[in-house]
Ligand binder design. Sequence first.
Ligand code: HEM
Length: 467
Amino acid sequence: MTRKIKTVPRIESLKRAFNFVENPIPVVDHALKTYGDTYYTRIIGGRKIVMSIEPGFAQHVLQKGNKKYEKSELQTDALGKYVGYGLLTANGEYWLRQRRLIQPGFHKAKLAALVGIMTEEISKFYDDLEERVIQDPNIDVSHAMMELTLRVVAKSLFSTGINEEDIIKLGSWISDIQKHIVKEVRMPIFNFWRRLNGQTRKALGLADHAKKMIQDLIDERKRSEEKYGDLLDMLLDSKYEDTGESMSDEQILDEAIILFVAGYETTAIALAWCLHALREDPGVRAKLESEVMDQTGEYAMESLMRPSYLGQVIDETLRKYPSAWILDRIALEDDEIDGVKINKGDLVGLYVFGVHRNPKIWPEPDVFNPDRFHPSNKKSQISYSFFPFGGGPRMCIGYHFAYMEMRIAIAEFMKRFVLPQPTGHEPDYLPLITLKPRENIVMKLKRRQEEEQMDEEVHAGVTVHES
Ligand code: HEM
C-alpha cells in the first residue's frame, strides 16, 4: 500500500537553508517534528531528498535493497577529488572488487597482529599526556584524542616508517582538507568563487603534499623488503582473486590515504564524546573504573571483543553521539520503501543521529545509559535502530579496528587519569563530516598515580594521628 509522506514547502527549505549550513541538526529535527519520521525536502541546488529516521528505511537502503542505491557524488566525487578513488569513494564494480580484496585484511585474526602496535602507541601517548598534565592539568581532550587516533592509525598503517613530525603534518593537512570539502558540499553555489580566490587550489595542494608523503613511505617500504604485519603490508600483499595480481602503485596510494582519512577523526570524536559522558556521569564512571582497574594492561583480540561494561559504554557513546551522523545514497531506479515512493535520482538521507535519538525507539534518548546495551537487551533491539557503522555490504570495514582501539584507549585512560566533577553542561554539536562538539572539550585531569599517593599520605597521616 502506498504511503503519502509530507513535503517541506520550498519557501521553508529556502528560509532555513542558511541555518542548515550553520548547523543542520536543529533544522532536520524541526522538520521531523513537523512533517513526520520520513519526509521530502529540497537541498540547496533544488535536488529532492527523502529524509528518514525509520529503521526499516535504513535497513532497506543499506542492506535489503542495497543494489538499487549507491553513494551520491557528495561522498564519491566531492571527497574523492581530494582523498583519491577507493573503498570509501568508489561505487559499483570497482568498489566491490576493492572491498573483496581488502576485507580479509580487516578480519579479526589479521587485526590481532595490530593489538600490540595499538597498545604501545596508546601507552606512549598517555606517557606524554601525563607529562602535559604535570605542566598544566587543563587538557583539551577533543584535541588529545585526535592526536591519539592519528598516531594509532599512522602506526597501524606504516609501523616505524612514519615519524612524529610527519604524523602531525598529515593530521593537520587532512583536517584542513576536510573543512574545505564541507564548505564545497554545503554551499556549492560559492564553489566558483572558491576556485577563483584560490581556496580550492590550496586544498588540492595540501592533498598533493599528503599524497607525496604517503607515496614516499610506500616506496621506502617496497625498497626495504622487510615485513611489519601492518596495514601497508596488507595492501601491498593483497592479490585480486581473479587475476592473482596486486594493486597498482596508484591504487595502493589511494587506499592507504582512504584508510587514514576514514579511520582517524571518526574514532577520535567518539573517544572525546565518551570521556565527556563519563565526566558527566559519576555512577557510570565508577562502575567502569571498577571493571577496568582489575585488568592487566595486556590486551588480546579475543578478550577485547568479549561483552563488557566498557563495550556497553562505547556503544552508548556511539548511539548518543554517532560520529557518522548522516549517511546518504542516491536511488539508481524507482523503488518503494514501506509504501513510500522513491524516484530514480532521489537522494535518500539516513539520519543516524535522529534514529539513535528517536524516543519511540530509545526512551529518554538524551540520557546516557550504557545499560541499554546490556547483553540481555540485545534481542529486543530493533534492526537498524543502532547503526553507527552503517550496514549491509558497505558497512564500515574498520569496525573491529575501531572497537579494539576505543576499548584500549578508554581502559588505559581510566587507569592513568581521574576525571573531574560533572559540569552539567552539554556542548552543542558541530555536524561536519563527523559529529564534532562545537566547542573543545577541556577538562582538568588528575594523574591517578598522584591521587593514589595522596590517598596513601592521608591514610598514613590519619594512622600517625590515631596512634
Ligand atoms: C568510531 C569509529 C568509526 C565510525 C563511527 C565509522 C563509521 C563508518 C560508517 C557509518 C561507514 C559507512 C558509510 C556509508 O555507508 O555511507 C564507514 C565506512 C568506512 N570506514 Fe569507518 N568508521 C569508524 C572507524 C573506521 C576505521 C578505524 C577505519 C579504518 C582503519 C574505517 C574505515 C572505513 C572505510 C574504508 C569505509 C568504507 C567502506 C566501504 O564503503 O566499503 N572506519 N565507517
